[in-house]
Ligand binder design. Structure first.
Ligand code: ADP
Ligand code: MG
Length: 254
């Protein structure tokens, strides 16, 4: 795979501050007071067992879920302000899911232009130029005319990253972006994410890829049962965990 060496020279990274975040579904409290500060350009890897609330946390940042209490400031927006405009906030926050959610009836290029045109009101030529640039950065410009089902899972996920980058986000959220992939395509996706991190993007990444977290994360946050149990540099949290729950989790995934 060839990737342009400077993936995203147009990045304008912004941070995110979460404090006292609570989220319940019915009587079940899933997030029990989360505090998390992500500086512009920082890469935070979020780890923890299934059901610990990692996806819910990301979804609250992007307002796919409405928190019950607490504040989230993201890219300069008060996301918990009831008057915040969803579309203007989401323009600034790119999200990449485990299931890539590409539009199956659109080509790779069209997948990367549709939101630019509809949400940012860019003209066709400009949107296509930007799409090709972002596809080049994920190493896929030569597949621009293909349809998603003609691509491997890893290629589809790289298209999903290019599609998000075409919107010029200030922060990127990744929710287990490699969990659904064949093992042989995981490396290319992680390489794209590594380049993006090196280019200065603010990233919050839910992942079970401990090697990626070790190499790329500025900070690792371990969640369990809706709380942050432990956080710090990867070498501490992964290399020398202090809490029993972190040790137990790591003993199962490492
Ligand atoms: P993780 O991503 O760490 O696996 P999630 O954030 O997906 O955890 O889920 C945390 C808990 O919230 C789980 O117990 C899950 O069943 C519950 N949950 C998540 N989404 C919903 C929902 N829409 N309605 C009810 N419960 C939910
Ligand atoms: Mg999840």
């Amino acid at each position: 795979m060839s990737i342009a060496s400077k993936p995203t020279e147009n990045i304008h990274a912004e941070g995110c501050t979460i404090s006292g975040l609570h989220k319940s579904y019915g009587d079940v409290e899933v997030l029990k007071g989360i505090d998390l500060d992500v500086e512009p350009g920082q890469v935070v890897c979020l780890i923890g067992p299934s059901g610990s609330g990692k996806s819910t946390l990301l979804r609250c940042v992007n307002l796919l879920e409405q928190p019950n209490a607490g504040t989230i400031t993201v890219a300069g927006f008060d996301a918990t302000d009831p008057d915040v405009e969803l579309n203007s906030l989401r323009r600034h926050v790119g999200m990449v899911f485990q299931a890539f959610n590409l539009f199956p009836h659109l080509t790779v290029l069209e997948n990367c232009t549709i939101s630019q045109r509809r949400v940012l009101h860019r003209g066709k030529a400009e949107a296509e130029t930007i799409a090709v640039d972002r596809l080049t950065k994920v190493g896929l410009a030569d597949l621009a005319d293909r349809y998603p089902d003609q691509l491997s899972g890893g290629q589809q996920q790289r298209v999903a990253i290019a599609r998000a980058l075409a919107m010029d986000p200030n922060l990127m959220l990744f929710d287990e972006p490699t969990s659904a992939l064949d093992p042989e395509t995981v490396g290319d996706v992680l390489q794209v994410m590594r380049r993006l991190a090196e280019a200065g993007m603010t990233m919050v990444v839910v992942t079970h890829e401990m090697e990626f977290a070790r190499q790329v994360a500025d900070r690792v946050v371990f969640m369990d049962g809706g709380v942050v149990v432990e956080e710090g540099p990867a070498k501490d949290v992964i290399g020398n965990p202090q809490h029993e729950r972190t040790k137990h989790f790591l003993s199962r995934v490492l």
